[in-house]
Design a protein around this ligand. Structure first.
Ligand code: ATP
Ligand code: MG
Length: 279
């Protein structure tokens, strides 16, 4: 049966994003729990555009590794709301902040799911462009799903250049700052698919270290210094103490030259993911 807004009651606020709020809601009759993302009509046009982009991407995707949307509610000219599956452990950023230590075994499991999600998106010509711990949702079964498609891009043609400056600076790949040096399209544009892989590498490294790899614990970013470190410094890497498979996996993601970075489909065959027990 289709769900209408009047079937749902708000239980609590889960978080705020730009221009919108995410609520935990319960279906009044069958008690099912969902997450409802509401973007208000008075938000600025950029946020409004973002939610419609997100809706069109969620409609195109159907993967156990991408957060599912059940329905979209829209009052003409009014609020827009997306009813999504509820992920009861929140984001990976929440887990980092609560001091969870991620073992290599857990990280391999997380990596496997995110790579599957990226492989699904990329094969549907969707680039996420804002992959980071706060956009990866987790549930108590340790299922990890990619969320938040507000700034994602659907590639219309295979050679559609990807130039616009969107996403969170900190997780941006070298070619997004400097496509002439690190890009590989030979026309000043960068390969957006490869940029998602860079963000994946940084995200996994952050989960292992417990802090953003380019900054020390508790250190606040200074954007100019950070951008220089990303473009001119060596990519961050794991300590010697980890397994060679894990080190190599991170190195495959954090190649500064985007043409040397592995694709999602290649990473699925990487030795680091071979130990993961498949459902
Ligand atoms: P940000 O800019 O930090 O990424 P945002 O504008 O993209 O925020 P969302 O990421 O969509 O907004 O949601 C805000 C918060 O709501 C998230 O950080 C997360 O804690 C929570 N949240 C979003 N979707 C779900 C969900 N399906 N299940 C559980 N919690 C969710
Ligand atoms: Mg988010």
């Amino acid at each position: 049966a289709t769900i209408s807004l009047s079937d749902l009651e708000k239980i609590q606020v889960l978080g705020h994003g730009n221009g919108g709020t995410v609520y935990k809601v319960r279906h009044k009759r069958n008690s099912n729990i969902y997450a409802l993302k509401v973007v208000h009509s008075d938000c600025d046009p950029i946020n409004r555009r973002q939610i419609f982009r997100e809706i069109s991407i969620l409609r195109r995707t159907d993967s156990p590794y991408v957060v599912k949307s059940h329905s979209v509610f829209e009052k003409p000219g009014g609020d827009v709301a997306i009813l999504m599956e509820y992920m009861d452990r929140g984001t990976l950023e929440n887990l980092i902040k609560s001091g969870v230590n991620f073992s290599e075994e857990i990280l391999a499991k997380i990596a496997y799911q995110v790579v599957q999600g990226l492989e699904h998106l990329h094969s549907h010509k969707i680039i996420h462009r804002d992959l980071k711990p706060s956009n990866l949702l987790v549930n108590s079964e340790m299922e990890v799903k990619i969320a938040d498609f507000g700034v994602s891009k659907i590639m219309c043609r295979t050679l559609d250049p990807c130039n616009s400056y969107v996403g969170t600076c900190a997780y941006m790949s070298p070619e997004r700052f400097d496509p002439d040096t690190y890009g590989n399209n030979n026309d000043g544009s960068y390969n957006g698919y490869a940029s998602d892989i860079w963000s994946l590498g940084l995200t996994l490294l952050e989960l292992y270290l417990g802090h953003f790899p380019y900054l020390g614990e508790g250190q606040r970013p200074d954007w100019a210094t950070l951008m220089c470190a990303i473009c001119f410094g060596e990519p961050p890497s794991l300590p010697e103490s980890v397994s060679k498979e894990f080190r190599s996996f991170i190195e495959c993601c954090l190649q500064k030259d985007s043409s040397k970075r592995w694709k999602a489909s290649q990473l699925l065959g990487h030795p680091f993911l071979q130990k993961v027990k498949r459902p």
